[in-house]
Design a protein around this ligand. Structure first.
Ligand code: ADP
Ligand code: MG
Length: 264
């Protein structure tokens, strides 16, 4: 679309002098659900972290525009306040901090989200019930001793509480059936409650089965090698990423031999 919510423009990025993303462009319009797929090590999580502003990664070229604002140089906190959300592959543990305090802190100072204590407790209880989550968790230390499924519930709770404009959800698939249903339910509730956009990062397609996907992006070795509509998902299910990997290798070989010829 002409005016996307998220616009990643020619992003080249590295860590420790090693280039991980090469000239990556990707647009997500408001209200759309996109999927970023690709084999392990392709750079999918790196892209998610870059959009969120993880200082580990260096942007060498290109820019990231969100909601009309160039956010390439913004801190993670400012991006979060602008309406971005990233669920982590490995969520944090913060001993001594109860989950409810963490949630309360995460909405503090946000326009439209600040609530009185009583209202906050009611809202969080409501959302916990919606996610089929025991309210006893709210008093537990953040992340400490939480199972993978419980951590996902916490993330979905945070998602529903914050109602970001764009949620980047990374690798939701290492989940058991219960957690999978929590996440599916959370994503659905999120979309319905605020018509939010999603960028779902995955190398597996099971979670996508019940989802209305607008666009699929395939990443191989730090390059976006294909973009298509949701029909690409069953195709990948059947054929995997080998075709894309082979094409990418062929293109690299061609580029290298062209460069060698030019030098000769
Ligand atoms: P994916 O999520 O597609 O599996 P990643 O983005 O996690 O891929 O990783 C892409 C490549 O970048 C891998 O080779 C990985 O080792 C490397 N990489 C990612 N983050 C770091 C980091 N913080 N330090 C060093 N290498 C990294
Ligand atoms: Mg990853």
């Amino acid at each position: 679309s002409a005016n996307p919510l998220l616009s990643i423009e020619g992003l080249t990025a590295s860590v420790d002098e090693k280039t991980i993303l090469h000239n990556v462009s990707l647009n997500v319009a408001a209200g759309e659900t996109h999927v970023l797929m690709g084999p392990n090590g392709a750079g999918k999580s790196t892209l998610g972290h870059l959009v969120m502003g993880d200082p580990v990664y260096t942007v060498n070229d290109g820019r990231i525009v969100f909601d009309g604002q160039d956010i390439t140089e913004l801190t993670t906190d400012k991006r979060s306040r602008a309406g971005l959300f990233l669920s982590f592959q490995a969520p944090v543990e913060i001993p001594g901090v109860p989950l409810s305090s963490f949630l309360r802190a995460s909405i503090a100072g946000r326009p439209g989200l600040e609530m009185k204590g009583k209202e906050f407790r009611r809202r969080v209880k409501e959302l916990a019930a919606e996610l089929n989550m025991d309210t006893a968790y709210l008093n537990r230390e953040l992340g400490v001793g939480f199972s993978g499924g419980e951590k996902k519930k916490v993330e979905m709770l945070q998602l529903l509480l914050l109602q970001p404009k764009l949620a980047i959800l990374d690798e939701l698939l290492r989940l058991d059936v219960d957690a999978l249903s929590t996440v599916s339910h959370g994503m659905d509730a999120y979309r319905k409650s605020c018509d939010g956009s999603m960028l779902i990062i995955t190398h597996n397609t099971r979670i996508l089965e019940h989802l209305d996907v607008d666009r699929v992006h395939v990443m191989v070795k730090g390059h976006i090698v294909r973009e298509d509509d949701a029909s690409l998902i069953p195709w990948i299910d059947k054929n995997g990423f080998e075709t894309f990997e082979r094409e990418a290798a062929e293109q690299r070989a061609q580029a290298e031999s062209a460069a060698a010829e030019q030098q000769a």
